[in-house]
Design a protein around this ligand. Sequence first.
Ligand code: ZN
Length: 377
Amino acid sequence: MPNPNRITERLFQSPSKYIQGPSAIHNAPKYLAAFGTAPLLLSDELVYGIAGKELTTTLEAAKFKVTRGIFGGEASKDEINRLTSLSKSHSVDFIVALGGGKTIDTAKAIADDLGLQVAVLPTTASTDAPCSALSVLYTPNGEFENYRFYSKNPNTVLVDTSVVVKAPYRFLAAGIGDAIATNLEAKSARNSPNFGGGLPTEVSAAIGAKCEEILFKYGKQAVEANKAGAVTPAFEAVVEANTLLSGLGFESGGLAAAHAIHNGLTAIHSEALHKMMHGEKVAFGTVCQLVLDNASSSEIDRYLELMTSVSLPVTLAELGIGQASDEELHRVAKLACAPNETIWNMDRVITPEIVFHAIRGADAVGRDYKARKGLKA
Ligand SMILES: [Zn+2]
């Protein structure tokens, strides 16, 4: 919806503090002391073993009274209500989210329900969820339910890169897939209201451009470092691009076709597709975005080279839906063009028919690139 209310204010929003480094968890007490003394530490069982125990020990040594909340796996209303009750009965005075996107989104909702501050400690660099003032909520069965918006961003985001580097490289690559869309979508949505309801500022445009620059310079190198378990300057730069720059960039810059087509893909019921990570589906959506933007062949090749170098999917077959029928892809296009979708932020004519052709066109471009480079289809 390109500026339906004739909004004239520019708006930029972000967390108050962002901290990133290989000893961030060790130094957490210093950064969390201003929030209170009795946190709820929300993490799933797996992440608790990887980083939660160490964080608890560190906080307890600094005299925090830690209540452990075990995240059940779905960012659903039931789960939020359960953990909100737990927090109340333990007189928790702030929330700490330790984990991936769904843990983080649940923690933001609990904090909002209780009027408390939330500190976000992402354990992967796979999404741009940590910095934003919104959650994606699901039914207990894992179907998309709604976006929930908050008046404040998480107060503090603390990224321990010695933990992030332990995650399989596929997570970092997926984060690159999500982050590579940021600049293209923000450019396309330049004249539409962002997630804060204002127009994008000059700084959000600069953040999107910097995000893309980092990914082209260091994306491949960072993924190789991740495979070797090495926290290098390139790795740090890409973690920052995926988490901070992409997070600020999408929220204050705006989204467009890449994420709308990602959402549209939920119209196809395929086990293989549903196993793909958010950023992997956004990567293919980004190829569609480029096609809709009428980018030149050499420009599209530049993006495809980066994506394929970190094993991101650029064709329907790589998303597990190589056999998708026209009827199925028409459903994807229709859902991508739902009334509230971000595709309407674009400064060009959009119809479900145009989007359907962009999806087929993107798949063709991806297949052609792989054939030319002798890559496995
Ligand atoms: Zn995203």
